[in-house]
Structure formats: C-alpha cells, structure tokens
Design a protein around this ligand. Structure first.
Ligand code: ZN
Length: 103
C-alpha cells in the first residue's frame, strides 16, 4: 500500500558509488525533515549512529542500514549500503511489489 506522499520513494535506487550513497542519504533526510517518513528505530545491534546525524558526504561508518516508514500509509523503506567502497547498497521499499521503478 503506497500513497501519493511516498510514491516518489517507491523506487529501487541502486547505490554503486559514494556519490549515489550521499544522494540517497540527502533524499532520505529531506523526507524525514518534512515528515513524509519517520525512522523506524530498531534494536540497532550494529551500534549505528542516529540517521539524522549522518553527513551525506561522510565520513560514514562501513555499514549504513536504516529503515523508514511512510507517515501516511506505513510503507516501509530500507536504506542499506556497505560504504567502504560505497558499493553494494540500495534504497528500496521492503515490499518488492511496491517498487514502481528501478533506477
Ligand atoms: Zn505512503
């Protein structure tokens, strides 16, 4: 269940470089700041820093792994990447059926 507020976020955005990751973090932070999504704060077993405190241009920890939910419809999104080389990551809705576009 996606809605008009989060439809632009319902994409699979592959993170292949530090620049891609910086862009994904910026967009997620903008959507957090304007209330489109809220962060799902889990148990944080990796001891990751709070998402709001991340600086998109780094320095970043080796692992970025955060989850968000749409404040309107509850769709869940995941931002995850291995940042050592800025590779192996994505922004995506957790529900595959919610992916409208692959970037
Ligand atoms: Zn939504």
């Amino acid at each position: 269940m996606t809605c008009g507020k989060c439809q632009d976020l319902c994409v699979h955005y592959a993170i292949r470089s530090p620049k891609d990751l910086a862009r994904a973090i910026k967009i997620a932070q903008e959507n957090l700041n304007d209330g489109t999504v809220s962060e799902i704060e889990g148990r944080n077993p990796l001891g990751l820093p709070a998402f709001r405190t991340l600086l998109p241009d780094g320095p970043l920890d080796d692992i970025v792994a955060y989850r968000f939910s749409c404040s309107t419809c509850g769709e869940v999104f995941s931002l995850h990447a291995e940042t050592y080389h800025g590779q192996g990551g994505a922004w995506e809705p957790e529900r595959k059926a919610a992916i409208r576009q692959t970037l």
